[in-house]
Write a protein that binds this ligand. Structure first.
Ligand code: MLC
Ligand code: AMP
Length: 506
């Protein structure tokens, strides 16, 4: 059986001189490719020795460190399925993921060990290991005595490499199953499209529990054994200080808004750079224009999603157009109406895609998977799209009720269900409001119940209630207590009116 393990692809591109730098950064030690290769071997051995078997899931909720990246590589090598979780998730959210994915092992920050151990025990997890932001914990102490050579487990292209949870319009998160082939094909497409070269240096400031920071950015670098300047969090000043050592930077639009707020972002600071890319949310034309005026660099905007990696990109060589996401990568795309009727060029409809990058389906949700694919295999993205006369694609809206705040997806339904369960609440509606920093901000409209708890309900008590249980990026930036929700004659909440009100107030 030919080996399609993604790690084997990376290994085939490792440098002849393995002492070359893989990672360095202001807050971390330097790691060579030899260090990364040996450490991922030790982790692969250790995880298997802990009782995990190839195909088992390893759920990981840890801060950003090089060791966390090496853990991802170790999982690939051991044939384990990597399941990263946003560090902002709270206990109730984690409980859902662990119960749904039934991982063999969990790796968490030592600070959350106690609460995660309880949840893990209920979910039947064999072992909980720890890894902190400094790269220390029982994972590393357990792995250290194992050999630095490991025969990477052979995988077919169709075997799972990772499961990434994405929220759903029904409020229940779905685990997108990504295969070794999905990840490898997309990495190779991007590497080619964006002209990665041997001497590129990637400045990395994204979180590593989502497609953008984990796959898009790191995979491009690994395919050329590039050096990665690894920032453990996004800080605009630190990014600008490190730009003169880098050639490529990738960010969500909020990163660019925050970089532009710094006077030190100048042409000179960008003198070594060859490429800035943006995605995960729409990049405003004003940000695109301000960035090119200030730095002389035209941001390359691309579009993608958890289920498919990157789908379209503006051209590297041709014109990069503001407000567009360019052309399809190595996947077939078409624009259709809600019933699947294919529309003519220029018409606005929902983008459907098919290709080697498109995921295998949602973990243990065959009905949901079937509902999001057409019979001929096209996946329905839910993004309203238009192909212009110039051939460029534009994402003009969303058919799904989704808010993207600072690059994180928030599904109103999840927040509404949560608020509706609060004592004193009759009902609620959650919408997005334009926000200069996060692109969109979450706003909630809440109707108090006609009871004692309802009589004392305030915006502050609603916010505090949500903050205790849900990830902070889901917490509404504003809560309105209202008499009732506007409804149409069918009884459906008129979210547009709520959006207009939130916008007028902003
Ligand atoms: C943090 N907060 C957010 C938030 N991030 N609120 C809304 N939206 C967000 N994205 C909260 C904080 O907890 C804090 O709340 C308050 O807002 C201000 O925090 P901050 O210090 O300004 O936030 P910071 O820690 O600097 O984080 C902002 C950020 C981060 C932009 C750096 O959100 C980020 O790294 N975003 C990138 C997301 C990403 O990688 N997406 C890719 C998904 S993949 P409080 O209450 O504590 O004051 C994908 C596919 C594709 O979509 O196409 O790429
Ligand atoms: P996620 O599920 O976190 O992977 O988010 C994917 C969603 O982000 C897509 O379905 C789009 O709605 C949105 N998205 C990603 N990139 C862009 C972009 N460049 N412009 C507009 N929306 C984008």
């Amino acid at each position: 059986m030919p080996d399609k393990n993604l790690y084997s692809l990376f290994e085939s591109r490792f440098p002849d001189d393995m002492t070359q730098t893989a990672f360095e950064g202001p807050d971390i030690a330097r790691y060579s490719y030899a260090d990364v290769h040996a450490a991922s071997a030790r982790i692969a051995y250790f995880l298997l020795q802990q009782g995990a078997l190839p195909g088992d899931r390893v759920a990981v909720q840890v801060g950003k460190s090089v060791e966390a990246v090496i853990l991802y590589l170790g999982c690939l090598r051991a044939g384990l399925v990597y399941l990263p979780l946003n560090t902002a998730y709270k206990a109730a959210e984690i409980e859902y993921f662990l119960t749904d994915a039934s991982p063999a092992l969990v790796v968490c920050d030592p600070a959350s060990l106690e609460s995660i151990r309880d949840i893990a025990a209920t979910a039947g997890v064999k072992e909980v290991l720890t890894l902190d932001e400094a790269g220390k914990g029982s994972l590393m102490t357990g792995a250290v005595s194992f050999p630095g050579h490991f025969d990477t487990v052979v995988r077919t292209g169709d075997d799972l490499a990772a499961i990434l949870y994405t929220s759903g319009t029904t409020g229940r998160s779905k685990g997108a199953m990504l295969t070794h082939n999905n990840l490898a094909s997309n990495a190779l497409s991007l590497h080619r499209a964006w002209h990665f070269e041997a001497d590129d240096v990637l400045l990395h400031a994204l979180p590593i529990f989502h497609v953008h920071g984990l796959f898009v950015a790191l995979h491009c670098a690994f395919l050329n054994a590039n050096k990665v300047i690894f920032l453990t969090r996004f800080d605009a000043k630190a990014v600008i200080e490190n730009l003169p050592k880098a050639t490529v930077f990738m960010g969500v639009p909020t990163f660019y808004v925050r970089l532009l707020a710094e006077a030190t972002l100048t042409k000179d600071a960008c003198r070594t750079m060859r490429l800035f890319t943006a995605g995960s949310a729409p990049l405003l034309e004003e940000t695109f224009n301000a960035f090119s005026a200030r730095t002389g660099h035209v941001i390359l905007e691309r579009y993608g999603m958890t289920e498919a990696g990157m789908i379209t990109t503006n051209p590297y060589d041709g014109e990069r157009k503001a407000g567009t996401v360019g052309f399809p990568l190595d996947n077939d795309v078409r624009i259709a109406d809600e019933d699947g009727r294919i529309l003519a060029d220029g018409e606005i409809g929902i983008l459907e895609i098919k290709g080697p990058n498109v995921f295998k389906g949602y973990w243990q949700m065959p009905e949901k998977t079937a509902a999001e694919f057409r019979p001929d295999g096209y996946f329905i993205t839910g993004d309203m799209t238009q192909k212009g006369e110039d051939g460029y694609y534009r994402i003009v809206g969303r058919a799904k009720d989704l808010i993207i705040s600072g690059g994180y997806n928030v599904y109103p339904k999840e927040i509404e269900s949560f608020i509706d369960d609060m004592p004193g609440v009759a009902e609620s509606a959650v919408v997005g409001r334009p926000d200069p920093d996060f692109g969109e901000a979450v706003v909630a409209f809440v109707v108090a119940a006609d009871d004692d708890a309802g009589a004392t309900l305030t915006a502050e008590t609603v916010t505090a209630y949500i903050k205790e249980k849900l990830a902070n990026f889901k917490v509404p930036k504003q809560v309105y207590i209202v008499e009732d929700l506007p409804r149409n004659t069918m009884g459906k909440v008129q979210k547009k009116l709520l959006r207009d009100r939130a916008l007028a107030d902003a």
